[in-house]
Design a protein around this ligand. Structure first.
Ligand code: FES
Length: 214
């Protein structure tokens, strides 16, 4: 095993992560995958609707020690903060709080922070308070699909060329995926795609079509 120069605090949060675990009744949930390593993190928030403050927060990490430690520290930083303040937490702040991270581990803290931001965005979209009301375009859909993992390759489905075509027509989004319809991962992927695209404010319907390659 490679010995990375981890700070005491990183090791401490890795061994005793704060706020670890799934939250069944979350108001917002963000799942992000890292294109750099294929690891994943999920962040859950419960929000005080009047004060727009994060009341409860938890995470599940399928990543490395740095990811677990940063997810742990950002949940501590975000708890009790307003959504706007929580959005300001960045990977640098998280890494500083941890007494620094090795440079090659930067993406692990970026991943944790993206998980938090995605959970806040999910909450805002579900409650109709998303700041930006840009119309959904093929680009918007593509960038969201970059957060859907291709379980076969452990990388996102855009990068691994699984997405054959994206159509956006009058509130209906169609995603054509190069996979056998009866593939063991087809259903899970359909659910994942829907979960990422359906919350967009102007999307009424999402269809995922599987078609074998060639
Ligand atoms: Fe993947 Fe750290 S190596 S999250």
């Amino acid at each position: 095993m490679a010995h990375l120069p981890y700070s005491e605090k990183v090791m401490e949060h890795f061994r005793n992560p704060r706020n670890a675990g799934k939250m069944e009744d979350a108001d917002g949930k963000g799942v992000e995958g890292s294109p750099a390593c294929g690891d994943m993190v999920a962040v859950y928030i419960k929000v005080d609707k009047d004060k727009k403050k994060i009341d409860k927060i938890s995470f599940e990490s399928y990543g490395c020690a740095s990811n677990i430690a940063t997810a742990s520290i950002i949940t501590e930083l975000a708890k009790g903060k307003t959504l706007e303040d929580a959005k300001q937490i960045n990977w640098k702040k998280a890494a500083d709080e941890l007494g620094g991270l090795p440079a090659i581990k930067t993406h692990c803290s970026v991943l944790a922070v993206e998980g938090l931001r995605a959970a806040i965005r999910d909450y805002e979209e579900k409650n109709g308070i998303a700041a930006r009301k840009e119309p959904t375009t093929v680009e918007v859909v593509t960038s969201r699909l970059k957060h859907v993992m291709n379980p076969i390759a452990g990388l996102d489905m855009v990068k691994t060329n699984l997405v054959k075509e994206i159509r956006v027509e009058e509130g209906k989004v169609t995603v054509v995926v190069a996979l056998q319809p009866d593939h063991q991962f087809a259903n899970a992927m359909r659910e994942d795609v829907k979960e990422k695209i359906e919350p967009l404010w102007d999307v009424k319907e999402v269809e995922v079509v599987f078609t074998p390659e060639g």
